[in-house]
Design a protein. Structure first.
Length: 153
């Protein structure tokens, strides 16, 4: 079952954030950071939100590529929203320095696409759009978790 075009555009652009005139991926990441800031203190709401957004991303991204007639079009930012949320898993939501560091590290890793993210981006459909950001998010989370533990010594 194919989602209606308007639904695909709304979901994949995360309510229009992807249509901002420059650096749409950064705005998608900021949207994820914003969401985390407000729900990060509730593990249940956070987990549910991540699952819902990930499902929405996987359901809409392949259709979005067909609608926009481009592989991983710039206006598709649901992957950055999900990646940012995953980057901050199990981190203190109240620590603005950690949130800022998470944002910066995620944006750098999402841009550089360290192995295997670059390869995974070449996959077809939703997998190719979503999985490279998931890898960048996992790397970001590992870096932040290590930094927090080293800083606590």
């Amino acid at each position: 079952m194919e989602l209606p075009k308007i639904s695909v555009k709304i979901i994949s652009s995360f309510f229009g954030a992807g249509y901002l005139p420059f650096i749409p991926g950064t705005f998608g990441s900021l949207a994820g950071l914003f969401i985390f800031y407000f729900i990060g203190d509730s593990p249940f709401v956070y987990t549910l939100s991540v699952f819902i957004l990930m499902a929405a991303g996987f359901m809409s991204c392949a259709a979005a590529e067909r609608v926009f007639k481009k592989k991983d079009a710039g206006c598709i930012v649901i992957d950055e929203v999900c990646g940012m949320l995953l980057s901050l898993a199990f981190l203190p939501y109240y620590n603005l320095r950690v949130l800022f560091a998470g944002f910066i590290v995620f944006r750098i890793l999402d841009s550089l696409k360290p192995y295997p993210a670059g390869r995974l981006q070449g996959l077809e459909g939703s997998l190719g759009v979503m999985v490279d950001d998931i890898v960048a998010a996992l790397y970001t989370n590992i870096i932040l978790q290590a930094a927090l533990r080293l800083a606590s010594f």
